[in-house]
Design a protein around this ligand. Structure first.
Ligand code: SAM
Length: 224
């Protein structure tokens, strides 16, 4: 059974996509996508030997070894052009690590990739910047609260002319801002309270850092 977070990631995967789930850990996501007949082939990439061997044993046990290739390797190094992977999923890591994995990918590894589905645990604006700066446009987003943490999922397509976002869109997500779901409003009301408290604390501090206060005020303006 997938967590609500991984279910929301799974929902973003197109029917019949050829998926590489990078940092797959237990390979729950590829197994779910295959069992639900959304896709019939995936690579589960994992850099750590322990999880990789456990997933391999589980996948053999469930008779899914034709459908899920478990591969040991760093980031997109587990993908080859002949795999015809068109969708890369990277979920459950920080935004810095996700961007680092994508930046280190070679042209060959990304050659067939049309869709990225990314679920950073933190650092969502960094991920949106990476996408726009590297020729992807954001086509879908989701946000959910699960086990007291807010998770955002960002789906992007390769494009010849990625249009830039404004600062508020980088921070909060262009599609999430349009949808204004209840989890989105809850997250940003909470953040707004936090930013306001931070400004008030900084204004009462012994040493006032005016640049920091102005930056925080800018965030408050975007969120409001
Ligand atoms: N994707 C799963 C999920 O969302 O539940 C697992 C997330 S788990 C917190 C992160 C996994 O990414 C770990 O199993 C870790 O070993 C793996 N990982 C970290 N850096 C990686 C890299 N450079 N290449 C492949 N896997 C990596």
């Amino acid at each position: 059974l997938l967590s609500n977070r991984l279910q929301a990631v799974a929902k973003m995967v197109d029917k019949n996509a050829r998926v590489a789930d990078i940092g797959s850990d237990h390979a729950y996501l590829p197994v779910e996508l295959i069992e639900k007949k959304i896709i019939d082939y995936a690579i589960a990439g994992e850099v750590a030997k322990g999880p990789m061997s456990r997933s391999k044993a589980d996948i053999d046990k469930f008779g899914l070894s034709e459908n899920v290739d478990v591969r040991l390797g760093d980031g997109l190094a587990v993908i080859f052009p002949e795999d015809r992977i068109d969708t890369v999923v990277i979920a459950g890591m920080g935004g810095i690590l996700i961007c680092d994995i994508l930046t280190r990918a070679t042209k060959d590894q990304l050659s067939n990739v049309e869709t990225l589905i990314l679920q950073p645990n933190i650092g969502e604006p960094l991920v949106r910047h990476w996408l726009i700066e590297n020729g992807f446009e954001i086509v879908d987003e989701d946000i959910l609260e699960d086990e007291k943490h807010d998770y955002e999922i960002i789906k992007a397509h390769k494009t010849a002319n990625a249009s830039n976002l404004n600062d508020a869109q980088y921070l909060m997500g262009p599609i999430l801002m349009e949808q204004k779901s209840s989890d989105f409003l809850k997250k940003w009301h909470r953040k707004l309270n936090g930013y306001n408290k931070a400004v008030s604390n900084m204004q009462h501090a012994k040493k006032i850092d005016i640049d920091k206060i102005n930056k925080m005020k800018q965030y408050i303006k975007y969120v409001e």
